[in-house]
Design a protein around this ligand. Structure first.
Ligand SMILES: Cc1cc2nc3c(=O)[nH]c(=O)nc-3n(C[C@H](O)[C@H](O)[C@H](O)COP(=O)(O)O)c2cc1C
Length: 366
């Protein structure tokens, strides 16, 4: 059986079991469509978008690909404290970055109460637009939404960071599960226990999830070349989801400085932080992360911290202060070598075939 013919490829109607991770916040229609057009599954992370903007993204995607693609949402859109967080809390958190903002010539922001985007309203667009694939993290959508998706023939992919989460997703009737190890760039989408208590590495998580559920498993976290894909398949996964390797692509939504940092070895040290958004996520360890990870730092609930930090990001980017820019990255960033999507995918597909051939030879020689 060729490596690219399995339940993931047949369920999703794709040629290669390679999923481009949603890259919420840095997603781009062109990247998503290019991966889907190649024969993988392109995903678009839409959690930060209002329903009308999601509708427009879907329309744009449909104008540049006729292949399956995924729209990704976060089931939990904010931490509980977001609705009650007040001006005092805002000032306390702002104090940690206001010096940087003024030094770079900016004006510190003022407090505005949280204005929510509802997951249910975003999901409504996905159902109305009948997107081919709906992927999600940070929880389980309400049953009515899952049922409606199934009625519309929308394939459901749920994200798990623990075996128990994978079982909960399987019990809820999703079609595929992404098992995400803590090597991954971006947020830890944990939902049954707090994310700090759900930090499993891909190598440990994937085989246990594969044993625990009968659904096809997609491995994520630290996979960035053919060796990683073959390893994931050997661990019981039937597909992989990669994010960091696509960040340097010309078509990605990452800034030029972010793309350069990843390609030039600037992401050699990554770490987990709540400081960039309020929720635990992996990025390049820089001055800003170290300062915000200090125990005395006040961090606002998600997404208020994210909105606060954006004020610094915009001026740090325009003035070229990489040490003060949140830059998402997984632990395998140094394996990223190219800015060209087709080159990346060609090289993955070719090297998987070569390695798989070698592995079969070991079997014959043994
Ligand atoms: C910048 C960035 C944003 C991400 N946003 C999302 C998201 O919105 N939803 C999601 O399910 N995964 C998200 N991820 C995780 C990726 O989809 C993918 O699972 C992960 O990047 C795989 O690990 P890797 O970074 O080691 O390749 C994001 C990752 C990065 C780097």
């Amino acid at each position: 059986m060729p490596w690219n013919k399995n339940r993931v490829t047949s369920r999703l109607g794709i040629k290669y079991p390679i999923v481009q991770g949603p890259l919420g916040g840095l997603a781009s229609q062109r990247l998503t469509a290019a991966v889907s057009n190649y024969g993988g599954l392109g995903s678009f992370g839409a959690h930060g978008l209002k329903p009308q903007a999601i509708r427009e993204v879907i329309g744009e995607l449909r104008s540049i690909t006729d292949k399956p693609f995924a729209i990704n949402l976060w089931v939990s859109m904010e931490d509980d404290g977001a609705f009650v967080s007040d001006a005092k809390a805002f000032e306390r958190s702002l104090a940690h970055i206001s010096g940087h903002i003024t030094t770079l010539g900016g004006k510190p922001p003022v407090f505005t109460p949280y204005s929510a985007i509802r997951f249910e309203d975003q999901a409504r667009v996905i159902i109305d637009e009948k997107v081919p694939v709906f992927s999600f993290i940070y929880g389980l959508p309400p049953n009515e939404i899952l049922d409606e998706c199934r009625r519309m023939g929308i394939i459901l992919i749920g994200g798990a960071t623990t075996v128990d989460e994978a079982k909960a997703l399987a019990d809820a009737g999703v079609d595929l599960v992404v098992a995400s190890g803590f090597e991954a760039g971006g947020h830890r989408g944990s939902f049954l226990r707090c994310s700090d208590d759900s930090l499993n590495g891909t190598m440990a998580l994937v085989p246990q999830v594969s044993d625990a559920i009968s659904l096809p498993v997609i491995a994520a976290g630290g996979i960035a070349d053919g060796r990683g894909i073959v390893a994931a398949l050997a661990l019981g996964a039937e597909g992989v989801q990669m994010g960091t390797i696509f960040l340097p692509c010309k078509e990605s939504g990452a800034s030029e400085r972010h793309r350069y940092a990843i390609l030039s070895g600037g992401a050699a040290v990554t770490a987990l932080t709540r400081g960039f958004t309020g929720r635990l996520a992996r990025g390049i360890e820089n001055q800003l992360m170290v300062e915000l990870n200090a125990p005395e730092t006040s961090i606002l609930p998600y997404p208020l911290q994210r909105q606060l930090i954006r004020n610094l990001t915009s001026i740090a980017e325009s003035s070229g202060h990489d040490e003060l820019i949140p830059m998402w990255s997984g632990q395998s960033a140094n394996l990223a070598k190219s800015t060209d999507i087709s080159e990346i995918l060609d090289s993955l597909v070719q090297s998987v075939s070569e390695i798989a051939g070698r592995v079969m030879l070991w079997g014959e020689n043994g």
